[in-house]
Design a protein around this ligand. Structure first.
Ligand SMILES: [Zn+2]
Length: 288
């Protein structure tokens, strides 16, 4: 009997050790670097709820992160430029900017992959993934008429909600706390304060792209990804260069920032806090 049990245990060990290890790494290291604003309790829920999708996610993201940190198999600037000259890449980037203009509640965000196009040519494909701020903004809009639900949602996301307001216009802790007190006491002005908070969040949300771990897990689980992972990306529809936060994020994962320009775009390739700019105008790459 114990012999049979040990065989079963061995088989289970073989199967479970790998995912357990991956989950441990995700829990301990990756979630911390990828989602700075997200609390570990929230992330923990995703793991228990979505164990198998989490494993799929980890088995994609962990090798990407390791390769990046060890500088193995990273796309060179030459191949990136070559792939940028491919009309398929340019068309996809234009499409992303169009999507970004329509999406009023977040910058477009996702991953970029290098896809073979015939024998010696490549193009870049961009996959979009919903952001954390987009999801929360959508939820707030949906519940706009329901004060009780709005207050519950804001309180459930208190830390994140506050940090978005603070980044955007200096609505600091004191203003937030005073506002919430007024809202909860149900004073006459409470509806005005509440709708001001919600409007402010939605406005701020359009200028940011906070990676959402739950959406990323779903994305890797459900998507047949074509090509080889290059980097994470997001778009600046207003044509601005990468922010300090973008440069900081690139210490953990390579980040491409697509900046919309009148006759083309700028592509910023952020690697370990350093930025390289490629300027694309009127159908070709030009000197900066
Ligand atoms: Zn940015």
């Amino acid at each position: 009997m114990s012999f049979i049990l040990s065989i079963i245990r061995n088989k289970l060990n073989k199967y479970w050790l790998v995912p357990s290890f991956l989950l441990l790494v995700e829990y301990g290291i990756l979630t911390y670097s990828i989602t700075k604003h997200q609390s570990l309790e929230e992330t923990n829920t995703f793991i228990t709820k979505n164990a198998i999708p989490s494993v799929v996610y980890c088995s994609n993201v962990i090798p990407q992160a390791i390769r990046y940190h060890l500088k193995i198999n990273q796309l060179s600037k030459e191949i990136l430029e070559e792939a940028l000259q491919n009309p398929k890449t340019v068309e996809r980037i234009k499409e992303l900017f169009r999507e970004d203009i329509q999406n009023r509640h977040s910058e477009i965000n996702g991953i970029a992959t290098l896809v073979k196009d015939g024998e010696h040519s490549y193009y870049i494909n961009f996959y979009t993934i919903p952001t954390r701020n987009y999801k929360l903004a959508e939820l707030l809009i949906r519940e706009r008429g329901n004060k009780k639900n709005l207050v519950r949602i804001i309180k459930e996301n208190e830390y994140y909600f506050k940090s978005v307001l603070a980044d955007f216009g200096g609505t600091d802790e004191t203003i937030y706390n005073m506002g919430m007190k007024i809202i909860e006491r149900g004073e006459e002005v409470s509806n005005v304060v509440l709708s001001h908070f919600v409007d402010f969040f939605i406005e701020a949300s359009d200028y940011r792209a906070d990676k959402d771990i739950e959406s990323s897990i779903k994305f890797y689980y459900k998507t047949q990804i074509q090509g080889k992972y290059i980097a994470d990306f997001h778009a600046h529809i207003d044509g601005s260069p990468p922010s300090e936060l973008d440069l900081h994020s690139s210490k953990f994962m390579r980040e491409i920032v697509l900046s919309n320009k009148k006759e083309g775009f700028d592509l910023y390739d952020l690697i370990k806090g350093e930025s390289t700019k490629i300027v694309y105008r009127d159908g070709r790459i030009v000197a900066d």
